[in-house]
Design a protein around this ligand. Structure first.
Ligand code: SF4
Ligand code: SF4
Length: 322
């Protein structure tokens, strides 16, 4: 029996996960719910629902039976040729800038290449951050160099996007390659979901606010009103709390939105390939964010940042405030 099926058989179909699932919330369709997707895996059906899953893992957090949905999903999802081409671009972020600009209408730039001699700190922007938020990477380099670190920027993908579309073997090859590159170095990631994925796969990395707080690094005071979004995978591994703590330490005025954990709607690659469901979830998210009364959103993960740009909001990374 495959790993996915074994885990799927633990589901007792109670439905406690339904309201936590963004695609169920916007469709009210069992096919696009965690329970429906698990049923499809049990029956061996190639369900449309597996293609629309945002892989946010909210269902996993909600499930009282401890069903590891992600295990079922990554072992059942099958990638298509378009998704596989996207993955090749993500592995070389410099090739992402133009397609992203044309396809999504967002401002992009080439990744920052930077390396000091005898680097002791690796900055891992994450593939999308490298091209949609080059200025955030520049800020991070300046901040750490100002504190005396020797820095190297590594522009590549962590493998999370691969695992989302069922290319788990390739995802693990990428993790292994990173393990070798990171050996003996302190690694700070600027993309919270990448940080979470790498941590879950045994890599010793810090998410940016986690590093700043655990090393008690100096911070300026920033007089701005913001609301906060907690990226989904960061929530699964429990590192999202650092985002709020760092925002508080910066002196930001934090306005609460309705359910800051609610999925942004990017859903990994759904923002590119399943535009309708992605846009429906984004609309729901925007309503929730607007309840905060501000449109500046702390977003420490790039696909969420893309979603907030699409919503007409103003996403900023914590590093942008330094
Ligand atoms: S995944 Fe968990 S919460 Fe959802 S139906 Fe199955 S047992 Fe219930
Ligand atoms: S991972 Fe997210 S979108 Fe997929 S079934 Fe679970 S809650 Fe729904």
């Amino acid at each position: 029996m495959g790993m996915g099926l074994e885990e799927a058989l633990k589901c007792v179909h109670c439905g406690f996960c339904l309201e936590s699932c963004p695609t169920y919330v916007v469709t009210r369709s069992e096919i696009h719910s965690p329970r429906g997707r698990i049923t499809a895996v049990k029956l061996g059906i190639d369900s449309e629902g597996l293609k629309t899953c945002m892989f946010c893992r909210k269902c996993e957090i909600a499930c009282p039976s401890g069903v590891k949905y992600s295990e079922i999903f990554v072992n059942s999802r099958k990638s298509n040729p378009l998704e596989r081409s996207m993955l090749r671009l993500l592995e070389k972020p410099s090739s992402l800038a133009l397609p992203l600009k044309i396809g999504m209408g967002v401002e992009t730039s080439l990744p920052l290449e930077y390396r000091d001699q005898n680097e002791d700190l690796i900055i891992f922007p994450g593939c999308l951050t490298s091209v949609i938020s080059r200025s955030s990477v520049e800020k991070a380099v300046k901040y750490f160099k100002g504190l005396g670190y020797n820095v190297k920027v590594i522009n590549t993908c962590c493998g999370l996007a691969h695992s989302h579309v069922g290319e788990n073997k390739r995802a693990m090859d990428i993790v292994q390659k990173l393990r070798e590159e990171f050996k003996g170095k302190t690694v700070v990631s600027l993309s919270s979901n990448c940080s979470a994925f790498m941590k879950e796969n045994g890599l010793d990395v810090y998410d940016f606010p986690e590093f700043v707080l655990s090393k008690n690094l100096p911070l300026p005071k920033v007089n701005e009103k913001v609301t906060i979004h907690y990226p989904c995978h960061a929530h699964v591994v429990g590192i999202e709390g650092y985002i709020r703590k760092m925002a508080e330490k910066l002196g930001l005025t934090i306005m609460d939105s309705d359910d800051p954990y609610f999925e942004c709607g990017a859903g990994g690659s759904q923002i590119f390939f399943n535009k309708q469901i992605s846009s429906d979830v984004m609309s729901r998210k925007k309503e929730k964010v607007m309840k905060s009364g501000v449109n500046t959103v702390i977003s420490t993960n790039p696909s969420c940042t893309l979603a907030f740009i699409k919503m007409g909001l103003k996403p900023i990374h914590l590093v942008d405030l330094l």
